[in-house]
Design a protein around this ligand. Structure first.
Ligand code: ZN
Length: 203
């Protein structure tokens, strides 16, 4: 998934400005500087609040700032250059497989949906959002990891809007998790807050 590729690429750069410039150079091979500058919003306060500004910009450009074809081209070029040529092998080692998921469920854990392509739902049309959520649901049902009328969802990147909630209700999801920090409010089951596990260590 692009989101993981971006994380691995970022981890190879101590100097994020260097990575930013490399992204810019690949972009400028076929596009102009005016459109590059237009792709970056002036304010980025709400986007990944724990990152520094340059990391925020990199993540923004490679997730929603650039059009899909340009974004994929840049991510894949950097992934090949800095991480590996053998994406299939890398993915097999990185991600859980079905049997591992079943084992986790058997041990009493909840397995929920997280979209089929891990896209930011708020930027998608109603129809595209249905696709994202329904395909994830179908996959989990096929492997007996959830029930048809009782299952949970977690918004990819914490991104959702009122359409997402409407779709989840229609598809019988019981609840959905955001990335807002706090205790659960049972009155808003499709906007559950969470506690950050990194912070739980101190208790
Ligand atoms: Zn995720």
């Amino acid at each position: 998934m692009n989101v993981n590729k971006i994380q691995f690429i970022l981890s190879r750069f101590k100097n994020k400005k260097k990575l930013f410039n490399e992204i810019k150079n690949i972009y400028l091979e076929k596009n102009n500087l005016i459109s590059f500058n237009k792709s970056i919003p002036k304010k980025m306060d709400t986007f990944n609040k724990y990152d520094d500004l340059i990391t925020k910009r990199i993540k923004y450009l490679l997730s929603v700032g650039f059009p899909n074809d340009i974004k994929n081209k840049i991510i894949n070029a950097l992934f090949k250059k800095y991480i590996t040529n053998d994406e299939k092998d890398f993915a097999e080692k990185l991600y859980l497989n079905i049997n591992e998921l079943k084992e986790i469920k058997k041990l009493g854990n909840e397995i929920g949906g997280h979209g089929s392509k891990h896209l930011k739902l708020e930027y998608l049309s109603y129809q595209k959002q249905i696709e994202e959520i329904l395909n994830a649901k179908k996959f989990l049902i096929k492997h007996k990891l959830i029930n048809n009328d009782y299952w949970s969802f977690c918004y990819p990147h914490g991104s959702y809007n009122s359409k997402s909630i409407k779709i989840l209700k229609k598809l019988n999801a019981s609840c959905a998790l955001t990335i807002k920090e706090g205790k659960i409010n049972r009155k808003s089951p499709y906007e559950f807050s969470r506690l950050d596990t990194n912070k739980l260590r101190i208790y």
